[in-house]
Write a protein that binds this ligand. Structure first.
Ligand code: F6R
Length: 256
């Protein structure tokens, strides 16, 4: 696991976009695994800028998102379909047919989960998976539990996750209780994983991931066993780590 600590959220976002951007330059038909939430928004802004400047072309890229709320209409402004359109897809040239997000409205949800994993496999597998991390160390919506769930599945969200996400809704009551998420197995099969974390409220989850035991009670801890993980943190998210745990990118110019 390679851990990079950036001075702030802006340099973290730029660094993340450079890694994803270089993946696309080196392999124009890359398969990207994408995340929603506050953390990757800056990365998406930087990728849009790189696209507008002609540095990267998404024409052959395929994407698979990690998760979607269960039974939330896709035109609801809190759906992850809506989020991805607003923050990324409407601003770059990824062909619509190349975009995949779990369908939380599918009438046969079990079949939807199986086909989602099959589509990832049939596409050749994810080249680079972008992850955020929950305050409780969830990745995707794989909440702390008693075993690592392998494939895409329906999950009941932890109260702490609903509370953390209530900031996007009018009230806690409106936050869905369930979601469809790629499983730990689906995530783990990715060739490269890029985990982003910003802010003090992520520091404990990051410490537990790097220094704790590999346990489904800390879902992100499985990443310690993956052969190619880059964690990009800002100073606050790294605040519980020791300095010799990571390389530091202190100067914005260094990631230019
Ligand atoms: C989102 C996802 C979640 C978030 C996590 C952090 O697709 O899978 O695991 O990455 O909840 O969310 P933020 O970035 O809003 O703190």
């Amino acid at each position: 696991m390679r851990i990079i600590v950036c001075e702030n959220y802006e340099s973290l976002s730029k660094k993340a976009a450079q890694i994803v951007g270089s993946q696309i330059i080196l392999k124009p038909n890359s398969i990207l695994g994408l995340a929603t939430g506050s953390t990757p928004v800056g990365m998406y802004k930087n990728l849009i800028k790189m696209y507008e400047e002609g540095l990267i072309d998404f024409a052959k890229v395929k994407t698979f998102n990690l998760d979607e709320y269960y039974k939330l209409p896709v035109d609801n402004i809190q759906s992850y379909h809506y989020f991805m359109d607003e923050n990324f897809f409407n601003h770059v040239n990824i062909p619509r047919e190349n975009i995949h997000i779990p369908d939380g409205l599918a009438s046969d949800i079990e079949n939807e989960c199986i086909s989602y994993d099959e589509s990832i496999n049939n596409s050749g597998g994810i080249d680079i998976q972008v992850l955020g991390i929950g305050n409780n160390a969830h990745i995707g919506f794989n909440e702390p539990t008693i075993n690592f769930n392998k494939g895409t599945h329906v999950v009941t969200l932890d109260e702490s996750t609903r509370e953390a996400n209530a900031r996007f809704f009018n009230s806690l009551d409106e936050v869905p209780t369930k979601a469809v998420t790629m499983g730990i197995g689906s995530i783990f099969k990715s060739k490269k994983i890029l985990l982003l974390a910003s802010g003090k409220n992520k520091a404990k989850a990051i410490y537990d991931t790097v220094h704790g035991q590999v346990t489904p009670q800390v879902p992100s801890s499985i990443l310690l066993l993956h052969h190619d993980v880059i964690m990009i943190l800002d100073k606050e998210a790294s605040s519980l780590l020791n300095e010799d745990d990571y390389e530091s990118v202190n100067d914005y110019e260094k990631v230019k």
